[in-house]
Design a protein around this ligand. Structure first.
Ligand code: IPM
Ligand code: MG
Length: 370
């Protein structure tokens, strides 16, 4: 199989983790006889510095000519004081909008070998397996107006939470379809006791549910959902929610798996040109130090193989390799606990690659870990 993949490393650890994921994709290509062509584009702070735009047209063109997009992370203190149009995050929001990536899937998978890395007790997190379906191109992130203003002569500010019925419908439908291939349960998260947008969300969810009598629908208020995620995360199968709630709840849910550095994501469009990225940010404090956990990006690459290319066996090979390496006790710093073998980003990539190719990695052979 020949596929073109656009790679947008972005800022901070984005460069290190995408480099790792590309190596893993190359290992998969080698083992299974595929050919992946990588074309690199700029996004975020580095794009601002080099082109004056957080998402240059050239980058969008590269994406549109590709079969899938792999993204690292954007942002950093250097650009934090910039006006909105010159912020790295604006590039990320723009690519989501331009490619119409309306559905962001964030699976929360439990790794038994990582139970020590989670702040929660083992009996709460073991066997946790759910997926957050986050609406990605609407809501507070994109509503207009969004600006500073003056109200009765005093400084004021406004952000807008805007949704069209159809936007709610398509994301909720996707959640129901997913639930059919899982445990047939959808939890729709909203704030319908306060927000009108949530009341329409709930109404639409109820309507969609009629077409899926085999799937159970439950509504949950977002504040309660935040608590239930910690109290009893096993109750969830598919969680569907609007953009900002999904952003917040998915960071919270990441601690169930041990670290933000473990969580992959897939952003799906109606056209089939999808984008894959870790849910973590650019972590400027550890950028360039070879400390970052590349597994979220590597697992995002696995999601690409499965969802964009239909390469299920190859996707599973990556996921299995990640599990094996964790079972062997290898850890990046973010997931380390007492007695674990702490290795660098590149060593972690080498371990996963070795597991895919059924070889022993250099760091394994030499015991080269601190
Ligand atoms: C995420 C990130 C982004 C978001 C930021 C970097 C704009 O937190 O993908 O979850 O809020 O969507
Ligand atoms: Mg986030």
């Amino acid at each position: 199989m020949l596929k073109k993949i656009a790679v947008l490393p972005g800022d901070g650890i984005g460069k290190e983790v995408t480099k790792g994921a590309v190596e893993i994709l190359e290992a998969v290509a080698e083992r299974y006889g595929h050919s992946f062509q990588f074309e690199y584009g700029k996004i975020g702070g580095i794009a601002i510095d080099e082109t004056g735009s957080p998402l240059p047209d050239e980058t969008l063109e590269i994406c549109k000519k590709s079969d899938a997009v792999l993204l690292g992370a954007v942002g950093g203190p250097k650009w934090d004081q910039n006006p909105p149009q010159l912020r790295p995050e604006t590039g990320l929001l723009k690519i989501r909008k331009e490619l119409n990536l309306y559905a962001n899937l964030r699976p929360i998978t439990y790794y038994s070998s990582l139970s020590e890395a989670s702040p929660l007790r083992k009996e709460i997190i073991e066997e946790v397996d759910f997926i957050i379906v986050r609406e990605l191109t609407g809501g507070l992130y994109f509503g207009k107006p969004s600006q500073r203003t003056v109200h009765h002569g005093k400084e004021a500010v406004v952000d807008t939470l805007f949704y069209q019925r159809d936007e709610i419908k398509r994301i909720v439908e996707l959640a129901f379809q997913l639930a059919r291939s899982r445990r047939q349960k959808v939890t729709s998260v909203d704030k319908a006791n306060v927000l009108e947008s949530s009341r329409l969300w709930r109404e639409v969810a109820n309507e969609v549910a009629k077409d899926y009598p085999d799937v159970e629908l439950e509504h949950m208020l977002v504040d309660n959902a935040a608590m239930q995620l910690i109290r009893n995360p096993k109750q969830f199968d598919v969680v569907v929610t609007e953009n900002m709630f999904g952003d917040i709840l998915s960071d919270e849910a990441s601690v169930l798996t041990g670290s933000l550095g473990m969580l992959p994501s897939a952003s799906l469009s109606e056209t089939g040109l999808n984008l894959y990225e870790p849910i973590h940010g650019s972590a400027p404090d550890i950028a360039g130090m070879n400390y970052a956990n590349p597994l979220a990006t590597i697992l995002s690459a696995a999601a690409m193989l499965r969802l964009s290319f239909g390469l299920e066996e190859e996707a599973e090979a990556i996921e299995k390799a990640v599990k094996e390496v964790l079972d062997l006790g290898f850890r990046t710093r973010d997931i380390s606990s007492q007695g674990s073998k702490v290795i660098s980003t590149s060593e972690m990539v080498a371990e996963v690659k070795a597991a895919i190719l059924d070889q022993e990695a250099i760091s394994n052979i030499m015991g080269a870990y601190a």
